[in-house]
Design a binder for this molecule. Structure first.
Ligand code: IDP
Ligand code: MG
Length: 159
């Protein structure tokens, strides 16, 4: 099993509800062997959102998805660890919060399928690498000792 990176993001609706730090505290507990190696707060442009969700461009909900992902700031992160892409998906829970298992982030913080609190890369080969490159082209990765604390600082600075 090799070390992987995955791209995770607190989506605009959850970010604006003030849930980022709570979600990251939960992520740290659910992914005890992984580390957060990059974090920043930014509002995705329409071009970035369309590139990020390119694989879903033929879906009927695509326009709403782009509107939602560009509606405000997100907290984008890279997490690193063994099998972290799949482990993060387990921590997030099912896409639809109604179907998400107890103890998952989407169960606790999601409202409905279009407002499910967190994004995480899919497990398809190359998907996580592609998203990490799109969102962190600068490619600077260093372990963040206290991800929840850093998220609080970033959200306060952006408010
Ligand atoms: P994922 O986020 O669990 O990987 P994807 O199928 O990649 O799920 O879809 C990306 C995002 O698009 C979902 O997180 C969700 O917010 C939204 N989405 C997916 N399916 C639907 C739908 O049927 N209606 C509205 N929004 C959807
Ligand atoms: Mg997906």
């Amino acid at each position: 099993m090799t070390t992987q990176q995955t791209f995770l993001a607190i989506k605009p609706e959850a970010y604006s509800r003030g849930d980022a730090t709570g979600i990251i505290t939960m992520l740290s507990k659910l992914l005890p062997d992984a580390k957060c190696v990059a974090m920043k707060s930014y509002q995705p442009s329409e071009a970035l959102a369309k590139e990020h969700y390119a694989a879903l461009s033929d879906k009927p909900f695509f326009p709403e998805l782009i509107e939602s992902f560009t509606a405000g700031s997100i907290l984008g992160m890279v997490w690193e660890g063994t099998n972290v892409v799949e482990k993060a998906r387990e921590a997030m829970g099912a896409t639809d919060p109604v179907a998400a298992a107890e103890g998952t982030i989407r169960k606790q913080y999601g409202k409905h399928i279009g407002d499910n609190a967190i994004h995480g890369s899919d497990t398809d080969p190359g998907s996580a690498e592609r998203e990490v490159k799109i969102h962190f082209p600068e490619g600077e990765f260093n372990e963040i000792a206290d991800p929840a604390g850093k998220s609080q600082e970033l959200c306060q600075a952006a408010a």
